[in-house]
Design a protein around this ligand. Structure first.
Ligand code: GDP
Ligand code: GDP
Length: 437
């Protein structure tokens, strides 16, 4: 779990001061990820058990900080992305009307809230918090961001919160209900249509299953009598709760879904072709070593001619991922769903494949004979034997001499040879090389 915390409050209560005190480095990790709006400030900080992300909503306001502007879409989007909302108030000013109005708005999102009474230096906690008890927020504490007082305790509190959230979370993630499948993609490509279609086709009401709540992040699916769990942290089904039309794509939640899954379905819109952001999502799935399928949806929308064109374009752009299987679907009409589920089963089997050292070494030697690595300084690398380094993620370890000199293109050649030999389309392989005496 990578907890996300949104810092919200009226102007001048000390949000930016708190943000800076907690993160030290502004905009560290996530600034370069695609899909993040520039005008939100993201920072990372360490909790005892977690790497947390902080979203500062301070910079989104004008100086006047009109409350109507204040709770505009972006702040709500920031809150939507968060696992916890830190409502910052000032114990110097005490409770003011704007605090209450902001709180009401946060409560509509049904996100967990913690109240932080800032500017509390020189006050005992009970007094600093006294005026705020009436808000009925259970989780409250006082700090002084400018004087760095109470920040260690704040981190402990946050850590406790996320630990128990994580326990709930894992309770929620039904165990032993088949492969965990994440369906990720940009907004409007058809993810919810697909999920609903899959669930409906099988007439299993996800919400009626024991152990699931409406907000649950896993959707049990039974397809052809086989259990699956669809992972949904992108809020696919939560859309109607918040104002329609708000961008609901969150790269952070997408990463979380990918991490929780055992297999990843990346969905794109055929009409739009494959965008850079789609490639980033594929890259994320591969980076986390998840077996992956690319689903090109809305195929029904295209003429024959357009289909050829789109296919060609996709193949061109997918060169780095040419081993990822493609599938063309129409979630709207339900075509391709059966094949998708079959592919998921196949991919799960492939990812579990146990390859013996004998099998791997045979392929290695054949590949080596067919195509020798280039000489460096008159010497060639030698490849002797290979064995498995485990599955999930699948590792293949190759032993030889001077393997550090192998060019990347040769390593890819070997990887492809293993892929071909064992039909490992869609399974990421991590190749490791070791030199013996
Ligand atoms: P924001 O608008 O909520 O982001 O607030 P800022 O972080 O810009 O802080 C507003 C003002 O409050 C600045 O002058 C800060 O120096 C001051 N401030 C922030 N934290 C504290 C604190 O803990 N104690 C006191 N006394 N002042 C603070
Ligand atoms: P999400 O944001 O990825 O969950 O996308 P939705 O499932 O909400 O779909 C966005 C829009 O695309 C909706 O209007 C759907 O009806 C439409 N849509 C989804 N799948 C298909 C499809 O296969 N073909 C066509 N023509 N439209 C689709």
């Amino acid at each position: 779990m990578m907890p996300v915390i949104a810092v919200v409050g009226r102007p001048n209560v000390g949000k930016s001061t708190l943000f800076n005190a907690l993160t030290n480095t502004r905009n560290a990790l996530v600034a370069d990820l695609p899909g993040l709006t520039r005008d939100r400030q993201y920072g990372e900080f360490e909790l005892p058990d977690f790497q947390a992300t902080l979203i500062d909503t301070g910079g989104m306001l004008g100086d006047e900080g009109q409350l109507t502007d204040l709770m505009d879409k972006q702040i709500i989007t920031a809150i939507e992305e968060a696992d916890l909302v830190l409502l910052v108030v000032s114990s110097r000013d005490g409770l003011v009307g704007d605090d209450e109005r902001i709180l009401r708005r946060i409560r509509q999102t049904e996100k967990p809230i913690m109240l932080l009474a800032n500017k509390s230096e020189g006050r005992v906690e009970e007094l600093a918090l006294a005026e705020f008890y009436q808000l009925g927020i259970e989780n409250m504490m006082s700090v002084s961001s400018a004087h760095r007082k109470g920040l260690t305790e704040l981190k402990e509190r946050l850590n406790d919160f996320f630990r128990s959230a994580e326990e709930e979370f894992s309770k929620d993630l039904i165990d032993d209900h088949g492969p965990k499948v994440a369906i990720v993609g940009r907004p409007n490509v058809g993810k919810s249509t697909l999920v609903n279609r899959l669930l409906r086709e099988d007439r299993v009401l996800a919400y009626d299953m024991p152990g699931t709540t409406r907000d649950s992040i896993s959707l049990p699916l039974v397809w052809d009598d086989m259990p699956y769990t669809l992972i949904d942290t992108a809020g696919v089904r939560r859309r109607s709760k918040i104002d329609e039309g708000i961008e609901k794509f969150s790269i952070l939640k997408t990463i979380e879904s990918i991490k929780l899954s055992q297999i990843c379905v990346v969905m794109i819109d055929a009409q739009e072709g494959i965008t850079d952001q789609d490639l980033h999502l594929l890259g994320l799935a591969v980076h986390h070593a998840k077996p992956v399928i690319l689903v090109v949806n809305k195929w029904d929308h295209l003429s024959e001619e357009h289909r050829l064109y789109v296919k060609e374009k996709i193949h061109l752009k997918m060169q780095a991922f040419e081993w990822v299987p493609l599938l063309f679907t129409s979630a709207l009409h339900g075509s391709g769903l059966r094949v998708l589920m079959e592919r998921i089963d196949m991919l799960m089997d492939k990812a579990d494949l146990e390859l013996s050292a004998n099998q791997l070494t045979n392929v290695l030697i054949e590949a080596y004979k067919a195509h020798q690595p280039p000489l460096t300084q008159g010497l060639s690398s030698q490849l002797k034997f290979a064995h498995s380094g485990g599955n999930h993620p699948m590792r293949i370890i190759v032993h030889g001499k001077r393997t550090t000199k192998l060019p990347d293109s040769y390593k890819r050649y070997l990887e492809n040879s293993f892929r071909k030999a064992f039909n490992l389309k869609g399974v990421p392989i991590i190749m490791a090389f070791k030199d013996g005496k």
